[in-house]
Write a protein of this length. Structure first.
Length: 231
């Protein structure tokens, strides 16, 4: 548990006791975390029912006295703010298109206790990568139809005797996905219901054979050459 989470729970001593003494009556780091979460919630973009893109860069402006006090905590503060922001994003179902960056800057025009947060996102450089997770492994799905089964002839081969040679397929057109049973012996289920073919969204669970597959959509940035810069 990080020192900001400890602080939120009202602990008396954080960072060897210096934290509470230093910030007893001034701006608290947990307040900065709250401002970042509020900015993230306000600026998150709903791209579809299962895709919500949050800003990935936050610039936090503090008054000169507050900035100097926060600087005492150094990189530990940024690490904690980043971890708490990431946990909040996960809880809300947000995705980042690039690595999360939080920066504190000094603004002499602000009064003590005032905080302003500006955010930015690379949403115009984002693409959504369809994947299928099973047994701790992640498979990237291709455009069009990707078959899954126990046989080597399937695009994704899974060692599961309950699967047919080609059991089901995931269809991806670049924006939408569907799952189709390939006339399997034991059938394919989505959310516990046997299907022939049905549309699916991110985090959909597909049951086939003795395995559970999770379809996900992963945001990633694109470089100028069109190749993925990072996930």
């Amino acid at each position: 548990m990080g020192f900001l989470e400890n602080f939120e729970k009202g602990l008396e001593r954080v960072v060897n006791g210096a934290f509470t003494k230093t910030f007893k009556s001034e701006l608290q780091p947990v307040e900065i975390s709250g401002h970042i979460r509020a900015e993230m919630d306000a600026k998150a973009s709903i791209l579809s029912r299962d895709r919500i893109l949050a800003p990935n860069t936050f610039t936090v402006s503090l008054s000169t006295p507050d900035f100097k006090r926060m600087a005492v905590l150094g990189d530990s503060l940024i690490t904690e703010l980043t971890e708490l922001a990431t946990k909040h994003a996960n809880k809300q179902g947000f995705q980042f298109g690039a690595a999360l960056v939080i920066k504190l800057i000094e603004d002499g025009s602000l009064n003590i206790g005032q905080v302003t947060v500006k955010s930015a996102t690379q949403k115009h450089e984002i693409e959504w990568l369809p994947t299928l997770d099973v047994d701790g492994k992640r498979f990237i799905l291709k455009q069009g139809e990707t078959s899954v089964g126990r046989d080597a002839s399937a695009d994704i081969q899974i060692n599961d005797s309950g699967l047919s040679r080609k059991h089901f397929a995931v269809i991806w057109d670049g924006a939408h996905a569907a799952v189709k049973d390939l006339q399997s012996t034991n059938g394919t289920k989505v959310a516990g219901r046997t299907i022939t073919e049905t549309g699916i969204n991110g985090d959909t669970v597909i049951q086939a054979g003795r395995s559970e597959f999770v379809f996900r959509l992963i945001a990633r940035t694109i470089s100028e050459t069109g190749r993925a810069a990072n996930e």
